[in-house]
Design a protein around this ligand. Structure first.
Ligand SMILES: O=C(O)CCC(=O)C(=O)O
Ligand SMILES: [Fe+2]
Length: 427
């Protein structure tokens, strides 16, 4: 709200639509700090018949250091719980350079199959993974109509009434489905998501304590949704294997060197992200700064923009400019460990804005749950000893996921915890 003139504040109207109320502030959440939230859709302020604010309402309720405007719940305003508010040092700053530095890589040599061009392509992927941890791929071979169907399904899902989305809500035992209260690094994200797995494992005979049940929850009354996303998942699987082979080649390994990690019980999952417009984008994040824990992430983002990557050279946050018909690829923590820190899993986050909703669609390419992750033996030697202790991916993944559901007093599990003792101070 900071920066709005009193006239603009007086223009704001409140929305008491039940859908939106439950989207932004579930009844179970204690309202500690409340922000006046207009119903903003595509730049238009709608009036939904609730009371209007006045300058005196606003003036008496401003907390200058948080730039938060308090208003009684009874006014029917939408609200942001304190759980969304980032610590001052992690809030997005207004000025972020466009990431001209993120390499854009043309994957068409893969289709042509010429050996020398594939090697040159692998070298490009290697350079990008080493220098940035992020790159954008174009001419990737995913059919346009597969993309179009998936994106339409994504929009249709989030446009459903809250009760229909809640019908496929995930919980701590069954973590797939809809969720609007995810926490990253113990701060609540300004987003709603829908998660599913391309390959459902067989259901366990009995669910033991702490075990997760990866069963997809498909919404009823949304014809074509499941089919569109299953088709998308297949296309992603093909692309992910190609990228994995390029990564292996770029390290001087056999193209199929990493295949065995991705056997039948792969823990890969796909997430549909929806970031609604936010009245105070300077206080929150759609996804808090984090590194992806898996092997590779293949992210589709729409043309709104909001993905920021922490640049290694100066620690600045830079925006990854949306490129039409592309995917953003980032190497995750597992690739960092396999390569013994040659490739880096870069920190990133999603910023939101006050006027436009944003959609993104990540495919998290993750190994089988029994995979042991450690530096690849071909990449370590006397001069370059392993920097990480081996860890079991399934246990790591489960521990990490359970922390996404709520604010915890402890730090999430991360690969730095597996750094060899003598290296820990530099982790
Ligand atoms: O939506 C985005 O741009 C990034 C999402 C992301 O980093 C994630 O879901 O892990
Ligand atoms: Fe991410």
């Amino acid at each position: 709200m900071a920066g709005l003139s009193s006239r603009e504040l007086a223009e704001l109207t409140f929305c008491n639509s039940e859908d939106q109320e439950s989207l932004y502030a579930p009844a179970s959440v204690a309202l500690q700090s409340i922000v006046l939230v207009p119903c903003v859709r595509a730049g238009t302020l709608h009036h939904h018949g609730a009371s209007r604010t006045t300058e005196s309402d606003v003036a008496t309720n401003v907390i200058p250091e948080l730039s938060i405007v308090l208003t009684p719940v009874a006014m029917g305003g939408l609200s942001i719980d304190q759980a969304f508010v980032q610590e001052p040092e992690h809030r997005p700053r207004a000025v972020i350079a466009e990431a001209a530095g993120i390499p854009v890589i043309d994957l068409s040599p893969l289709a042509a199959g010429d050996q020398a061009s594939v090697e040159a392509l692998a070298a490009e992927v290697g350079r990008a993974s080493r220098e940035c941890g992020f790159f954008v791929v174009v001419r990737h071979g995913v059919p346009d109509d597969t993309m179009a169907r998936a994106l339409e399904a994504q929009r249709a899902f989030f446009a459903m009434p809250a009760e229909q989305k809640a019908a496929v809500r995930r919980d701590e035992v069954a973590p797939l489905g809809y969720y609007e209260s995810e926490h990253t690094k113990n701060v609540r994200d300004w987003k709603e998501v829908f998660d599913f797995v391309p390959h459902e494992p067989p259901p366990p005979a009995t669910v033991t304590d702490g075990e997760l049940v990866f069963e997809n929850k498909w919404p009823r009354d949304l014809p074509g949704f499941r089919e569109a996303l299953e088709e998308y998942a297949k296309a992603m699987e093909e692309l992910a294997m190609k990228l994995l082979e390029l990564i292996a080649r770029s390290l001087g390994l056999r193209p199929d060197r990493l295949h065995a990690f991705f056997k039948d019980d792969q823990t890969t999952f796909i997430r549909l992200n929806h970031y609604p417009p936010c009245p105070s984008p300077e206080l929150v994040l759609g996804v808090t700064r984090h590194k992806d824990a898996g092997a590779l992430t293949i992210l589709y983002q729409d043309d709104v923009g909001g993905l920021d990557v922490r640049r290694r050279s100066d620690d600045e946050w830079v925006r990854v400019r949306p490129v039409p018909d592309s995917f953003v690829i980032n190497v995750g923590d597992i690739v960092q460990v396999w390569t013994n820190d040659r490739y880096e899993s870069a920190e990133h986050r999603a910023s939101v804005n006050s006027h436009e909703e944003r959609f993104s669609l990540p495919y998290f390419f993750n190994p089988s749950s029994d995979a042991m992750i450690e530096p690849l033996e071909e990449l370590v030697n006397g001069d370059s000893p392993p920097r990480y202790e081996p860890y079991n991916w399934g246990v790591f993944f489960r521990t990490k996921r359970s922390s996404n559901f709520k604010k915890l007093a402890v730090e999430n599990v991360q690969i730095a915890h597996f750094k060899k003792d003598h290296l820990n101070s530099s982790a």
